[in-house]
Ligand binder design. Structure first.
Ligand code: GTP
Length: 317
């Protein structure tokens, strides 16, 4: 007889299940709790005797009941395990997070495995839920994503003006051109440049020049619609494309910008500085083969605006 040995082994098993650092729950077909280990007791604040035989969804109303029932039912039916990750549902049981390192997370992030438990007839009479605390790795992953998003923004945005930098703006612009080729929806490009900007730098200094560039950028932002995309194309050269906008409407936008900038005053070292811009406008058309040709058309219009007096808007031919 080795019953004593078996009993001892059984005792150890129960002890391990009770103290292991994952949550263990056994449910019957009616979602009634049949087993509830120490992890679940400690984190939920509800002892096994309190929840024994209670319907789990009644005892824990925060659970995503429909979603979980669907998962559990498929385990009963298919006799296969199911696995869910915190990326699908961050928190299954809403347990408070007490980990010192990831103290920023309010609730414990959890993965869950659902295991079919067979009775002696080979039928699934119960399922076991195993709840893993994955708060540390989830928080690390979320923080990494946050930093990556910030880096992505930094690589797209010009530091002085907070407009898109040339590289990012041009890649967006080339996509817009491709979209035009498919949809043939009118889109216009405005390209503009601060007049005699060298003189601003030479007279008032580089810092004053920077302030002028920032004031111009703010004026651009103030005049943009949601769908317009603006960039700093060069030192004191800016580009904006206006989606779903014909040339005559783009001209109105450009004229409004011209007047707005003409009225700006930048104060530097007790001096009031005024400035103007020249603008070129080109609507995309079917003869253009690449986005560069579109840029070229707007640039030629800008050149004309500069050549024929500055502080004006010229339209591409
Ligand atoms: N302060 C400042 N100046 C810049 C920056 N980027 C370019 N510049 C200056 O912008 C000036 C551009 O001068 P030009 O291209 O000769 O043109 P302009 O004086 O504006 O004359 P027009 O365009 O013909 O009206 C140069 O003096 C550059 O040094 C910048 O980020 N900050």
């Amino acid at each position: 007889m080795n019953t004593g040995f078996d009993l001892k082994e059984f005792h150890w098993m129960v002890e391990m299940v009770q103290t292991i650092d994952v949550g263990l729950v056994v449910l019957d077909r009616e979602y009634k709790i049949q087993a509830w280990n120490g992890f679940m007791e400690n984190h939920s604040g509800k002892g096994a005797s309190k929840v024994q035989n209670a319907n789990m969804f009644d005892a824990f109303e925060e659970l995503p009941a429909d979603w979980m029932m669907h998962k559990i039912q498929s385990v009963f039916m298919l006799k296969n395990r199911a696995f869910t990750t915190w990326e699908q549902r961050p928190h299954i049981f809403k347990f408070k997070n007490y980990r010192p390192i990831t103290g920023t997370a309010e609730f414990m992030y959890q993965n869950m495995t659902i295991i079919p438990l067979l009775n002696l007839n080979g039928e699934v009479s119960h399922v076991s839920l195993i709840i893993y605390d994955v708060t540390d790795s989830a928080v690390n992953k979320l923080q990494l994503k946050d930093v990556n998003d910030q880096l992505k923004d930094l690589s797209r945005i010009d530091a002085l003006t907070q407009l898109f930098n040339r590289g990012h703006w041009e890649s967006q612009f080339s996509q817009e051109f491709i979209r035009y080729k498919r949809t043939e929806q009118a889109t216009s490009l405005v390209i503009f440049d601060i007049d005699h900007f060298k003189k601003v730098n030479d007279t008032y200094g580089h810092q004053a020049g920077d302030k002028v560039i920032q004031a111009v950028s703010q004026c651009v932002r103030d005049n943009l619609r949601e769908s317009d995309v603006a960039g700093r194309y060069g030192g004191e050269e800016f580009t904006v494309y206006l989606v779903d906008t014909q040339a005559d409407h783009a001209k109105v936008f450009a004229e409004r910008l011209r007047q707005g900038i003409e009225q700006l005053v930048v104060h530097h070292d007790g001096t009031a500085i005024n400035f103007t811009v020249s603008l070129g406008v080109a609507e995309v058309n079917k003869t253009m083969k690449t986005h560069k040709e579109w840029l070229e058309a707007a640039d030629q219009a800008l050149y004309k605006a500069k050549e024929t007096g500055r502080n004006q808007v010229c339209m591409a031919k």
